[in-house]
Ligand binder design. Structure first.
Ligand SMILES: Cc1cc2nc3c(=O)[nH]c(=O)nc-3n(C[C@H](O)[C@H](O)[C@H](O)COP(=O)(O)OP(=O)(O)OC[C@H]3O[C@@H](n4cnc5c(N)ncnc54)[C@H](O)[C@@H]3O)c2cc1C
Length: 475
């Protein structure tokens, strides 16, 4: 009998780009049931599935894909949630091309299985069919009920740590400084990539596991970390991210019309500028917008500016497209939408009119050096070559660093030279009972790496509590 031909890698549809650029509707539409079945069929069902090793939270990828193959879509969603409390988020924003899909065996002979899109499919299917997400059937292992654990920060690191500890049977409370939970998922990543209803649903799922959420609690200001111990929390996980924007420190940076991406995206997402005229948020709508940077944050800011009504949006990046850290899918979408890319240019001065309102940006032209010992080619200035781009709105997206609000207020907590918390791979810090993970330890990274850190810390907290109680019981 002839061997069955493997289906091609499926691609989901996107909303037409003309419609896209004037709305904040989600761009990729996700797989249809037929596409999910065809894609699931492509899985080789490897004996040693490398994809799972490539996933920082070890999602049982092979098992959930097999369930999709059997048309058991709800069970597939449940299977993912054994390891990942945010499947619809991860199915949308994870850089799968650098993780699970990169090590998929099929990639040696064909395109890898579209694992991320299948994850999204299973999570979205569940959301369509069930009002309340189903909890995975996991055995509680907490030594005693009523042991209280505090989590500081409700981004992906904190949410994951909280969900795992709740599933183990602990009483978990998350303290979040903002009025909405989700961290960057809520205030950073725009609606057209990650609709807020998706984040809300997954946060509600985590709450349904018994996690309490205290919003408007900035630890280090509203309450100190040691006060949490005094209130009976036996271990504390810090997952406060690294949201303090870096500045360029070049002349003219205080002109009117210059935002950091962090401020710009927060105004749009959290203060709902994208719902104008329903919400009249103070934000400048640029005509000629220039975004400085080459990562996901820069692309998010650029595509947001376009949707808010800019006539032209340019991304200015000091390296070339090959070095851009943004996800390939996002670069493709941005191109389709008409974002202009300018490579090998680096800003040296913001120019403003007599009222200090931004009018243009002066750039130094750059080239890439010969590779150094690590093989990396650095951008270096081309002597005497400059170019000026007109701009009435500039958004800088050149990275973020640790916010010292909490770290500086914790006696005995070791920080590294850049101000990030020193922690081992299980999140153990220099303070007993204090664990940390996510961007506040690694610097700006990814959703899934923050989730992996939250998961490892939950294990370490469990070990810490078990040990503590064995000692107490002996006394
Ligand atoms: C615009 C943008 C787009 C991105 N796109 C992607 C993407 O497509 N894919 C991807 O994988 N990654 C992406 N990232 C990176 C990713 O979002 C982060 O790496 C990840 O969110 C880090 O998770 P975290 O839990 O460590 O911190 P965060 O998500 O930053 O969450 C920290 C939380 O702690 C709260 N907090 C801070 N200080 C305190 C305090 N003192 N007390 C109480 N609460 C506090 C904050 O308000 C926040 O809610 C993007 C980042 C940005 C900014």
């Amino acid at each position: 009998m002839a061997k069955k031909k493997r289906p091609e890698r499926q691609k989901d549809k996107s909303i037409p780009f003309k419609e896209r650029i004037s709305t904040f509707k989600e761009v990729p539409l996700g797989f249809t049931v037929r596409q999910a079945l065809l894609e699931a069929e492509r899985c080789l069902e490897c004996k040693r599935p490398r994809c799972i090793e490539g996933c920082p939270v070890s999602v049982p990828i092979k098992d959930f894909i097999q369930l999709i193959k059997k048309k058991e879509y709800l069970k597939a969603a449940e299977k993912i949630k054994e390891k990942n409390a945010l499947p619809a988020v991860c199915g949308r924003v994870c850089p799968q091309e650098d993780q699970c899909e990169k090590v998929c065996l099929l990639a040696k002979v064909d395109k890898p299985v579209a694992i991320g899109k299948l994850e999204r499919f299973a999570a979205d299917y569940e959301a369509k069919k069930l009002k309340e997400p189903k909890k995975p059937d996991v055995k509680k292992v907490s030594p005693r009920r009523n042991i209280k654990i505090a989590i500081i920060g409700s981004g992906p690191a904190g949410l994951t740590c909280a969900a795992d500890l709740a599933l183990m049977g602990y009483r978990v409370t998350i303290f979040e400084s903002l009025h909405e939970p989700g961290g960057v998922l809520t205030y950073g990543i725009p609606e057209f990539r990650l609709p807020k209803r998706i984040v809300r649903r997954e946060v509600n799922y985590i709450k349904s596991l018994g996690v309490e959420l205290k919003l408007n609690h900035a630890i280090g200001a509203t309450l100190q970390l040691d006060e949490l111990f005094e209130r009976g929390y036996e271990a504390i996980f810090i997952g406060v991210g690294a949201g303090l924007p870096q500045l360029l420190n070049i002349p003219g940076e205080n002109a009117v019309g210059i935002y950091t991406a962090n401020e710009y995206l927060t105004r749009v997402n959290l203060m709902k500028a994208y719902l104008f005229p329903g919400y009249d948020t103070p934000i400048k709508i640029g005509q000629n917008v220039v975004v400085i940077g080459g990562g996901n944050v820069a692309l998010d800011a650029a595509r947001t500016a376009l949707r808010l009504g800019a006539r032209s949006v340019t991304i200015a990046y000091r390296r070339t497209e090959n070095e851009m850290p943004a996800r390939i899918e996002e670069i493709e979408h941005a191109r389709e939408e008409g974002i202009i890319f300018r490579f090998l240019i680096s800003p040296v001065e913001f120019l403003a009119d007599d009222n200090n309102v931004l009018t243009a940006i002066k750039f130094q032209l750059m080239e890439l050096s010969e590779p150094d010992e690590s093989g990396r080619r650095k951008p270096v200035p081309v002597p005497g070559k400059f170019e000026t781009l007109p701009a009435d709105l500039a958004i800088t997206a050149i990275g973020t660093k640790a916010n010292p609000l909490i770290t500086k207020t914790i006696p005995g907590l070791k920080l590294n030279s850049k101000g990030y918390i020193e922690a081992d791979e299980f999140g153990r810090t220099s303070r007993e009972g204090v664990f940390a993970g996510g961007d506040i330890v690694t610097g700006a990274a990814t959703v899934i790496s923050a989730m992996g850190a939250g998961k490892n810390a939950a294990q370490a907290i469990q070990e810490y509590i078990l040990k503590k109680y064995q000692i107490k019981q002996k006394i």
